[in-house]
Design a protein around this ligand. Structure first.
Ligand SMILES: [Zn+2]
Length: 340
């Protein structure tokens, strides 16, 4: 029995030594210690061992079991470490290889300024609304009190789709749509593309962007309009900015004015950019909503009054960034657009 035990031990240790992986080790363990394992079966025959030999055989059997178990554990540890090293070698990352650079773009400067303006008006309590770029002659001219013979109605100034449908020449038809569908108080701002039959030059493009504000409520006065524009200009360009109102004529407002702001380059001192006037010309158009416009939209001008002002988003963008040619905004030259 002693020899058998020693044989099991010797063979087991050799097999463990030659094991390649943890699966081999598990097989060896079952072969020796399993229910039908070599050692298990052998020890079942302890009953055949004589009474006097039994303690010695028992002691040897325990030693053999411990030796085999220790050897299994040790080999397991070695295999585990080898596997780890192997996988580290296979999966190693070369941190010196240059990374793949993904170039992220950004919003077009026009859209940046449009969003900045919208957020500014949102913070001043206005709702941002949108309207279609194709609209009716009624919404674009008639309801806005444009006289039948107003030059802007001419085919040479406006893109007509049919007799009654056109590409909007201003964002004002959105105001008409809102006033026709909502009851005052109304406090909205609307921005988007507008279209006019203009030849392309430094400052003109047949497609450009406008933003307009409209407030209709009881007791709205010219003082409210001046205050709103002043606050808006100072928030957008800085506290030092001054505004100047020059009387003007728009069909949809009465009285109407054009608004100049201090020249951003010289802040009003006078420089070549502002022809030494100190003013950046015609940033905004504004006025009190004409009673006819309110009436056209079913709002009683005896009860309600309102003001409106609008600006070219392209123009604000050009003033803000010192861009001298509007065409640069639409050329989509990445070298130019990257700068903003
Ligand atoms: Zn200037």
């Amino acid at each position: 029995m002693k020899d058998q035990l020693m044989n099991i031990e010797t063979e087991a240790l050799i097999r463990i030594e030659n094991a390649k992986n943890s699966k081999d080790l598990e097989e060896i363990r079952i072969q020796i210690f399993g229910k039908k394992g070599e050692l298990t079966l052998l020890l079942r025959n302890m009953g055949n061992v004589s009474q006097e030999d039994r303690p010695l055989i028992g002691k040897i059997a325990n030693e053999v079991r411990e030796k085999i178990q220790d050897s299994l554990e040790a080999k397991k540890e070695i295999i585990h470490r080898e596997q780890l090293e192997q996988s580290l070698k296979n999966e190693s990352i070369d941190v010196t290889i240059p990374g793949q650079f993904i170039e992220l773009g950004h919003r077009h400067p026009l859209m940046q300024v449009k969003e900045e303006l919208e957020n500014l008006f949102l913070s001043m309590g206005y709702d941002v609304v949108e309207g279609p770029e194709i609209d009716t002659v009624e919404n674009n001219f008639d309801a806005l009190n444009a006289p039948e013979d107003h030059p802007s109605r001419d085919m040479s100034d406006t893109f007509y789709i049919s007799e009654n449908i056109l590409l909007r020449t201003q964002t004002s038809p959105v105001q008409i749509r809102i006033m026709k569908s909502q009851k005052p108080p109304i406090r909205i701002v609307s921005a988007g593309r507008t279209f006019r039959f203009d030849d392309v030059d430094d400052t003109h493009s047949p497609m450009f962007h406008q933003m307009e504000c409209l407030v209709v409520d009881k007791g709205v006065t010219l003082a409210n309009l001046k205050d709103s524009i002043d606050k808006f200009v100072k928030t957008l360009f800085g506290e030092d900015m001054k505004t100047r109102f020059r009387p003007h004529n728009f069909p949809f407002t009465e009285p109407s004015a054009e608004v100049d702001v201090s020249c951003l380059k010289c802040m009003g001192k006078g420089c070549s950019a502002c022809s030494y006037t100190g003013w950046s010309m015609e940033l905004l158009g504004c006025g009190m909503v004409h009673p006819n416009v309110l009436r056209n939209c079913g709002i009683d001008p005896e009860i309600y009054s309102g003001y409106a002002f609008g600006m070219g988003v392209d123009r604000v963008t050009m003033v803000k960034y010192g861009i001298s040619d509007i065409r640069l905004l639409f050329d989509n030259d990445v070298r130019f657009l990257k700068q903003f």
